[in-house]
Design a protein around this ligand. Structure first.
Ligand code: SF4
Length: 290
């Protein structure tokens, strides 16, 4: 699989399949490993390590085409960043947990660890494509190499990994990347009035009226934008890492050149044909029905 390659210099493509879920090569790990609670996003409770009752013997979802209608909206907004196929095909060498039930517990526990590592690979890959951050590209490349190396560890070594510490190191680089990119964007905005908008990590913007807001180069890291009205907002070069867009209204919003935006964030939001997206992301199918 493509995940086996070692990074060797050129800036990788963020949209490459190795950083996107490939269900064909995964043993249904997100559907077995992760817990969920009955809510607006999930119709049932499920414990971690308990395979979902909709997961078929071929590791396909039995209600894939009607997840939203059947109360499993949360499944449609999840992205494993390629961790599922990495664990299935590389870490466990293509031996699935139904054929080798003795490996199931460890495989289900390794999956969330791999998810964290692949999420970091996704962000680091994007950071390496951002020219204003060129001064730290060497550090970003080293972090990418190290993260890739960690994904190739054995199951036992992955279980012992201090993911939080590695994540903190990488996050410092991503934060610096964000500062460099947004500062450059602000310099280029000839008619930009005032300072970059900074809400701080985890800002509470739930239900906020941000219709038509000028959020260019804003820091929205981890902001809670649940059900916020962002219609027509300008979010170019805004840092959107970890922002919660559930039910946020992005119709007509401009997200081109926003940084650290994921497909899962988009899938959780509302939008339309007038929402402008970064080229590496795709318009969610359910937007066409809004
Ligand atoms: S409903 Fe389908 S996609 Fe969601 S956890 Fe169950 S099997 Fe997986």
């Amino acid at each position: 699989m493509s995940e086996n390659h070692e990074y060797s210099g050129p800036i990788p493509d963020k949209s490459s399949l190795s950083l996107r879920g490939d269900c064909e090569n995964c043993f249904g790990l997100c559907c077995a490993s992760l817990p969920f609670a009955a809510s607006a996003d999930f119709a049932i409770d499920k414990d971690a390590g308990q395979p979902c009752h909709n997961l078929q013997s071929d590791f396909r979802c039995g209600i894939h085409t009607s997840l939203r209608q059947q109360g499993f909206r949360g499944c449609t907004v999840y992205d494993c960043f390629g961790a599922g196929q990495k664990v299935s095909q590389v870490t466990f060498g293509g031996h699935d947990w139904r054929q080798a039930p003795g490996s199931a517990k460890q495989m289900f526990e390794v999956f969330p660890i791999m998810w964290h590592l692949h999420e970091l690979l996704f962000y680091l890959t994007e950071a390496l494509a951002l020219q204003p951050a060129q001064s730290i590209h060497d550090a970003l490349r080293s972090a990418l190499d190290e993260t890739e190396r960690l994904t190739l560890l054995s199951p036992d070594s992955l279980m012992e990994l201090d993911v939080a510490a590695h994540r903190a190191d990488v996050n410092a680089l991503l934060l610096r990347t964000s500062e460099l990119v947004r500062a450059e964007a602000s310099r280029q905005q000839k008619n930009h009035r005032g300072r970059q908008k900074t809400y701080g990590r985890g800002a509470d913007l739930v239900g906020a009226n941000l219709r038509g807001a000028d959020l260019r180069a804003a820091n929205l890291r981890g902001a809670y934008l649940i059900a916020a009205d962002l219609r027509g907002a300008n979010l170019r070069v805004a840092d959107l890492i970890g922002a919660d867009f559930r039910d946020a209204d992005l119709r007509g919003a401009d997200l081109t050149e926003s940084i650290f935006l994921t497909q899962a964030q988009l899938n959780a939001a509302k939008g339309d044909v007038n929402t402008k997206l970064p080229p590496s992301l795709t318009r969610p199918a359910h937007w066409s029905t809004l």
